[in-house]
Write a protein that binds this ligand. Sequence first.
Ligand SMILES: Cc1cc2nc3c(=O)[nH]c(=O)nc-3n(C[C@H](O)[C@H](O)[C@H](O)COP(=O)(O)OP(=O)(O)OC[C@H]3O[C@@H](n4cnc5c(N)ncnc54)[C@H](O)[C@@H]3O)c2cc1C
Length: 356
Amino acid sequence: MQTNILIIGGGLAGLSLAHLLESKGCDWQLLESRERWGGRILTTIIDGQGFDLGPSWFWPGQPRIDALIKELKLNRFEQTYRGELILQDDTGAIHRGQGIASMQGAWRLKGGMGALIDALVGTLPAARLHPNTTLTTLRDENDSVTAITSSGMQITANKVVLSLPPRIACGLNFSPALSQQCIDASRRIPTWMAGHAKAVATYKTPFWKEAGLSGDAVSRQGPLVEIHDASPDNSGPYALFGFVGTPASHRQNNTKALKLAIKEQLGALFGAQGADPETLLLKDWAFDTRTAMDLDHRALTNHPIYGRPAELQNLWNDRLHFGSTEMGSKFGGFLEGALETAYDLAERVVQDTKNP
Ligand SMILES: Cc1cc2nc3c(=O)[nH]c(=O)nc-3n(C[C@H](O)[C@H](O)[C@H](O)COP(=O)(O)OP(=O)(O)OC[C@H]3O[C@@H](n4cnc5c(N)ncnc54)[C@H](O)[C@@H]3O)c2cc1C
């Protein structure tokens, strides 16, 4: 197979780049390793409603995601924050009261973030999309790049964009090998949220709202350390979600024990109904090898400064580009960062292929 621009990775960065290239009438193909689209965006549908196990928020001041949602005729709504919050101290004692609603002002997407991915995929010709296709090797042929997949398929492209976390990308086979500086620079870039685990508990009724609680909770005991309402905008099933605070090295992918501890904690925080969800979903991203590697198991204490380091520029005569959210200099790590990177690359790769 031959193409002008080959995109590797069908997360938001890769799919939105494809969407932009398609609108410019470019020739492109996209390879995605998983059988599903979305990468770190993962939405489970229960009773017709979407529940996010990856990202769920975007914020005012993030122009590209807001514009894309409007373009795709999707709807946003405000994160619920009204009501009292709960603090669980390190002895397990519960304190209830008014406090800062940390997610006040954040927006969620009707249907969950998966609705954005479904809508984006819907704009793209199926013949250019290759799910279940894992890139293993890239070979610089001087005037083109040959990409080889795990099943032996070969694709020749003028440009290749690696829309996957840089730490995962630098583990591919490159011929000639990337410089040690380039590999070191990619490994230094933490994959945003890759070491996290997220739980979503669904319920028939919003019993916490009925009790005057917002659904926000902060716990110094765990296993969930930060909890918020994850209900759809105006109907059930109702839901709470939380980030797991236990470090990945201590979780060891032990889902059963973690789920039991989470139910127990939700009971302690929100009362007996909390301990008895209809469904308890848990996604441990730290042990998903298409997102995280061992290096990501160390918890990040703050949001890293992202952007494209000098070592990841001008690779293979500008035929090879890194292209995940981590390359975004203003919004890197966020959904908006995936779009920031895609918009930037769409300009650059199209410009370059017009003026080789
Ligand atoms: C739990 C969690 C909560 C988050 N919350 C928020 C939030 O509320 N708001 C926000 O803005 N951001 C949030 N984020 C971050 C957000 O999810 C990311 O910014 C965004 O999804 C990254 O998109 P991407 O396309 O750059 O990378 P990814 O989504 O990681 O996509 C990379 C793709 O490459 C594929 N791939 C990997 N290896 C290969 C290979 N060899 N061949 C082919 N394909 C390959 C992967 O399968 C994947 O689909 C959160 C992330 C997580 C995990």
